[in-house]
Design a protein around this ligand. Sequence first.
Ligand code: 5GP
Length: 210
Amino acid sequence: MPLKKDGIMVILSSPSGAGKTTLVKLLAERKNFKISISHTTRKPREKETQNKDYYFVDELRFKELIRNDEFLEYAKVFNNLYGTTKSPVKEKLKNGENVIFDIDWQGADQIKNKKLDFKLITFFILPPSKEILFERLSNRDMKDKLIVEERMKEFSRDVLHWINYDYVIINDDLEVCYSKIVDLIESEISGITKNYDDNFIRSHVEKLTS
Ligand code: 5GP
């Protein structure tokens, strides 16, 4: 049983282009969630800072962390390794701080399966339409048409994992989406579990991938 004073864990996952990173930042700024900083073997992008956006490490160091059993979860995403180390997360939760994770479905599955003694709420964020998804992916640092197409294909595969999440939210309007997430977190903390319309989400996913 989680202790009342412990923090909670919130996972936000989404296929690329659904706007998850901004939501994570809003939860940190407005609700004092602590962002879990992952390790990755990916090279930093322009504007990314070491130890703030990620702990950028080489493959040798990453594998050493695996061997030393330091990861709560880790996975290969787009040919790079990403992982969440256990101790900073547990320390924060024990201090009563809430932790937010921006991780993919593989990491979310692993954390869920660990059945830790801390409350966990998982959200899957979807874009409102295929056109908007295409636009968002095209406007990134991935101007190359082939890369956009590849990411659209990846989207079709990744989106199928919505089914394993507690809540699925469509990010049509950032503030509305943010408020829905906060409302659901607050309800869950007070012990109320809400349902969402599975059929509506299923047909939305079909439209996104058709
Ligand atoms: P990006 O390279 O664009 O920052 O992230 C690519 C994907 O990796 C995103 O879906 C992001 O949520 C996921 N990711 C980032 N950190 C982790 C992590 O520690 N573990 C897992 N499983 N996925 C992560």
